[in-house]
Design a protein around this ligand. Structure first.
Ligand code: GLV
Ligand code: MN
Ligand code: MN
Length: 427
């Protein structure tokens, strides 16, 4: 593992880390409240390896240094900040953390809440005199949202080998730059991207704290919940091809307009999801090519996000959508192609670990989530659990996402309680 990104960070526009009284989660988040604001959509736009995300990394590194944590940034751009045991052992580490990248127009809490809570949890453990018998590591994972390169949880997929590294290198962002090119510009050697079995083997347990992305905790009147499972989900790109042409000279009867087919496909996606109880399907991104007001598009790309607890049902929803999309496109004289971008199967978290958390946090309800997380990737390799913190708006992936200051501190205390138990008890 090598440490390169911190040397590469320039153009830092941080507020200085607060000193003096103990950091709070709300105080930490206020330090980064101006980083990566999305001027166009409101909220935040913090794509992986952008200036905003590097500024957030620098903020995290400053806070890790303030706590004397031993920081490395690995070959995939994952930051690991170690609180070593006195004997310096590295195995069976308790890892906590989350991500700092965001969706376009995202909220302030999805990702950073877990990172800030981990820092405060370290402070609480130290103030309580906890002497860890296992190392504690705070991790910051890159590209959790997949909002730059299309594949969700790219950092943990690379770490675990859950994505083919050649494919990862050739993923492109909206500017057409490949992941390999952007990684190289960010100080990461693209030839060294890929699985890190040595680091993975050092993780004994992973706990991710995250803002709740729905309404369950509001209804249950509880500030903190315990995760049981993550809904299986995936992303597919549908490319509809027609005939680019002139908006004024092409008769309505002479058109092969992929936008018309795309409109029909979007409506069909909603209807197909509704016909499968428990399914969720969304088109949140649609791009006409070349995209001119007086231009009939030659192609329209649209992105499908589909989710269902049963992975076979998700597959069947996508198969049905493709069959319908072919019919709808043919009726407009167009063709359609479907490309899978990323698929995450339904994940049930480790039952014994979940029960252990329930004993430690008896008031916290156990809840499943429809949102994806790096915890879902890591759960296939190490015992993993999640904590959720109440979001009074029930809204996420939107500027309206929110966490009350008191709930944020309750979340950090709950995390510290769980970590304390894991750090000083066997297993
Ligand atoms: C990530 O937040 C996702 O669920 O897509
Ligand atoms: Mn997240
Ligand atoms: Mn998210």
């Amino acid at each position: 593992m090598e440490d390169f990104i911190i040397d590469r960070v320039d153009n830092i526009t941080l507020l200085p880390p607060r000193s003096g009284p103990a950091d709070t989660v709300a105080g930490l988040l206020s330090e980064i409240s101006r980083i990566g604001t999305d001027q166009q959509h409101g909220g935040y736009w913090r794509p992986v390896f952008s200036t905003a995300e590097f500024d957030l990394r620098a903020w995290f590194l400053a806070h890790a240094a303030k706590r004397g944590l031993d920081v490395t940034t690995d070959r995939n751009g994952v930051i690991w900040a170690w609180w070593h045991t006195p004997d310096g052992r590295t195995g069976n580490a308790v890892v906590t953390g989350s991500h700092l990248d965001s969706v376009p127009g995202g909220g302030a809490f999805d990702g950073p809440l877990g990172v800030a809570s981990a820092l405060v949890a370290v402070d609480i453990l130290r103030a309580d005199g906890v002497r860890p018998e296992r190392p504690l590591v705070i991790a910051v994972f890159p590209e959790e949202e997949g909002s730059r390169f299309g594949v969700a949880c790219l950092g943990t997929r690379l770490l675990t080998g859950a994505i083919d590294v050649d494919r990862a290198r050739t993923l492109r962002d909206r500017n057409g730059d490949t992941f390999a090119e952007v990684a190289a510009r960010s100080g990461i050697d693209p030839s060294r991207l890929g699985p890190d079995p040595q680091m993975l083997a050092q993780i004994g347990t992973f706990i991710e704290l995250h803002v709740e992305q729905g309404r369950d905790l509001i209804d249950r009147k509880q500030p903190v919940g315990i995760g049981s499972s993550i809904l299986g989900h995936g992303r597919w790109r549908l490319s509809v091809t027609g005939q680019g042409n002139h908006a004024g000279t092409t008769l309505m009867t002479d058109r092969r307009d992929p936008m018309i087919a795309a409109a029909g496909i979007v409506m069909d996606i909603r209807d197909t999801a509704r016909a499968h109880p428990g399914a969720r399907a969304t088109v949140g991104r649609l791009e006409p090519v070349p995209g001119g007001t007086n231009v009939i598009a030659s192609r329209v790309d649209l992105w499908l996000d589909a989710r269902h607890p049963d992975d076979e049902v998700t597959a069947s929803v996508v198969t049905t959508i493709l069959a319908h999309a072919r019919r709808i496109s043919a009726a407009e004289g167009c063709t359609v192609e479907l490309t899978e971008e990323s698929v995450s199967r339904t994940v049930d978290f480790d039952g014994a670990l979940r029960d252990r958390l329930s004993l430690l946090l008896p008031d916290a309800p156990v809840q499943h989530t429809g949102a994806g997380h790096d915890a879902g990737i890591l759960a296939r390799f190490v015992p993993t659990a999640m904590l959720f913190v109440r979001n009074p708006t029930g809204v996420s992936h939107s500027p309206e996402e929110y966490v009350d200051d008191n709930d944020a501190e309750a979340g950090a205390r709950a995390l510290a309680r769980v970590l304390a138990d894991l750090l000083v008890r066997a297993g």
